[in-house]
Design a binder for this molecule. Structure first.
Ligand SMILES: Nc1nc2c(ncn2[C@@H]2O[C@H](COP(=O)(O)OP(=O)(O)OP(=O)(O)O)[C@@H](O)[C@H]2O)c(=O)[nH]1
Ligand SMILES: [Mg+2]
Length: 233
């Protein structure tokens, strides 16, 4: 899955990606500030998670737009300590809602290891635009709640795709899997092929030449059949 990690300057986006990927990531930065992107790959129970961290300086909007393209889920990072960051968070939130309307989003209330960190109810008061979103208190410094935050987001994402995923699992390896999927979901060929391309890129399926047959990677099949499994760790 493709997950974009965004939010205001210095909220901890790069450090969160560093933690999720166990350090297997790159950060294009200058003096500690991301100027292009972070990129890393994590493996959660066989599910590949491609993470893209955005720059937190306002002027890099175009870069954030490019990185957001086609994301399946959003980790929106806020700084639990610095109240001055809240106004910037609002601008970033508007921006991501514009780039990725309807895409599942989870809020990482980061830096909870610090004494001055604000609890979630205070953050919600100060940032009312977070209403309706799950807000997870976490720390990229200690790792607190980072894993469960990512798993919750993946669950929300997989639920959004559940009708497609259950068909991918059902018709995996079937010689006319594509047409079966088209029939069941009542979608045109281009749309079904689009799904296969999308989830081939995300390493969920392998598609045969000609596109008629696809095979779901064995490791992820149980997750596609029952997304709640991604939360059970
Ligand atoms: N104590 C503490 N410090 C953190 C935490 N997360 C990040 N930091 C620190 O906050 C600073 C900014 O962290 P980054 O991960 O670079 O933040 P960013 O959001 O990627 O910043 P930009 O890319 O510049 O927008 C660094 O000094 C981090 O070490 C945390 O959970 N706890
Ligand atoms: Mg950064």
């Amino acid at each position: 899955m493709k997950v974009v990690v965004t939010g205001p300057y210095s909220a901890g986006k790069s450090k969160i990606i560093h933690h999720i990927t166990n350090g297997a990531c790159i950060n294009v930065e200058r003096n500690g500030t991301t100027i292009a992107m972070d990129h890393g790959l994590a493996d959660l129970d066989g599910l590949k998670v491609f993470l893209f961290g955005t720059p937190g300086l306002l002027r890099f909007r175009t870069m954030r737009k490019i990185l957001s393209e086609g994301a399946d889920g959003i980790i929106f990072v806020v700084d639990s300590v610095d109240p001055e960051s809240d106004a910037r968070a609002k601008l970033f939130f508007r921006e991501i809602a514009f780039f990725l309307p309807g895409v599942p989003c989870i809020v990482a209330a980061n830096k909870q290891d610090l004494e001055a960190s604000r609890p979630v109810d205070l953050l919600r008061k100060s940032m009312p635009f977070l209403a309706g979103l799950p807000v997870i208190p976490c720390s990229a410094e200690t790792g607190m709640n980072i894993d469960s935050m990512v798993r919750t987001l993946l669950y929300l994402t997989m639920m959004q795709w559940s009708s497609v995923f259950s068909k991918l699992a059902e018709y995996s390896g079937n010689s006319d899997g594509l047409s079966k999927m088209m029939d069941d979901l009542n979608i045109p060929r281009e749309q079904a092929v689009g799904y296969l391309r999308r989830f081939e890129l995300r390493k969920l399926v392998e598609v045969d030449v000609g596109d008629e047959r696809f095979v779901v990677r064995e490791a992820v099949k149980p997750l596609l059949e029952d997304p709640v499994l991604v939360m059970r760790k």
